[in-house]
Write a protein that binds this ligand. Structure first.
Ligand SMILES: Nc1ccn([C@@H]2O[C@H](COP(=O)(O)O)[C@@H](O)[C@H]2O)c(=O)n1
Ligand SMILES: O=P(O)(O)OC[C@H](O)CO
Length: 347
């Protein structure tokens, strides 16, 4: 990138420009002072959710919403091209469910590798998280190395700091879950006991008879276990001490205002209680609830659930990128992914 130059044009606008980009950076007010305007982001991040690729004919969700299993990888390809064309996008986050549960099991490994290879065409790091559909296809011990997901004893939670003033936390929403662990694993047994207690239906994926937020007690969801909660508390304290703003990423949504109740993390309430003890969390991003959603909670935290790539009719798209500033994160969506401006207070 060339070194920035200063122009004045017209008389009250100050432009910084480089050979690659021109942006309005400040405006001279009538009293002669200079107001910051249209600042450059600290960094930008590509985002996509629920690709759910499978080499099978189009289908529908249980509720009848069309799903385009072969087209979704084309959406991912266009997302990667888009992120590559925007030079400021320095890394990307995939919000889980890269391959669909209907993928024939003898093709699972090939399908996961094929989607992972598309992400690798991006010229920067890609941070993945696991979703229920990933776990229908491959056990954790195969999946995590393929997606290069950092893990502790198979638990896929981690954090990273792309700039001194920011910390990203990736949760493992299927920590206590009836999918993905061996049948006799303590977390499988804990999850099955929990579902038996909370969901009276023979099909534990059915929310029939459950009301309000109880509808989340479904087998295709999961929860953050105790060890992960302790880690989350530790990272939030560290981020607070370092005066960092935190973005939490999870396949399962954390707030009922931003998601259908049937898609929520089982213990979303406990996670919210914990993050509300701190002031560092500014934005929570998720996938899983394909139609997408947005809400600001009682503590001013923005919850944005991303629209799914899987449900894009051929030729349409759902991906985006985040422009990250000190006091706001702008999601710039393409096509079916809505743009969202998330403004927050910083100390
Ligand atoms: N209202 C619903 C929604 C879902 N199910 C069950 O969940 C499975 C997965 O649903 P999809 O959203 O992926 O189509 C589905 O096969 C049903 O078993 C349900 O029972 N009631
Ligand atoms: O991505 P799926 O197929 O697990 O569906 C999740 C549901 O849409 C959540 O409401």
């Amino acid at each position: 990138m060339g070194s920035p130059s200063l122009l004045t044009m017209p008389s009250n606008l100050i432009l910084h420009y480089t050979s690659e980009q021109i942006f309005i950076n400040a405006m001279v007010l009538e009293n002669g002072s200079v107001a910051a305007r249209g600042k450059q982001p600290l960094f930008s991040v590509g985002v996509i959710a629920d690709v759910q690729y499978a080499d099978i004919p189009d289908g529908r969700s249980f509720l009848g919403v069309p799903r385009y299993y072969r087209h979704s990888i084309l959406v991912l390809q266009r997302a990667v091209q888009n992120w590559k064309s925007i030079q400021k996008v320095s890394f990307a986050i995939n919000f889980g469910d890269i391959v669909d549960g209907f993928c024939p099991k003898d093709q699972s490994l090939h399908a996961v590798k094929k989607v992972a290879a598309e992400f690798e065409k991006f010229n920067g790091p890609v941070y993945h998280m696991i979703g229920n559909h990933c776990l229908y296809n491959l056990p954790r011990k195969e999946l995590l190395p393929l997606l290069k997901i950092p893990n502790r004893n198979g638990l896929a939670y981690y954090d990273f700091s792309p700039a001194p003033s920011y910390r990203f936390i990736v949760l493992d929403a299927f920590d206590v879950s009836a999918i993905g662990w061996p049948e006799d694993h303590p977390n499988t047994l804990k999850a099955l006991n929990f579902l038996n207690e909370k969901n009276p239906n023979a099909d534990k994926n059915s929310p029939a008879g459950l009301t309000g937020t109880e509808r989340r007690f479904l087998k295709f969801n999961g929860s953050v276990g105790q060890e992960q909660m302790e880690w989350l508390n530790f990272v939030l304290r560290e981020a607070t001490d370092a005066k960092q703003s935190v973005v939490i990423c999870s396949h399962l949504p954390l707030h009922p205002g931003a998601s259908t109740t049937a898609a929520l993390l089982w213990n979303y309430d406990e996670v919210l209680d914990l993050i509300h003890r701190y002031e560092c969390v500014k934005v929570c991003l998720a996938g899983h609830d394909h139609k997408g959603g947005y809400a600001v909670d009682s503590h001013g935290i923005h919850h944005r659930v991303l629209e799914a790539a899987l449900e894009c009719p051929p030729g349409s798209d759902a991906f985006g990128y985040l422009d990250v500033y000190n006091d706001r994160i702008s999601l710039i969506g393409t096509d079916r992914m809505e743009s969202t401006e998330m403004v927050f207070d910083v100390e």
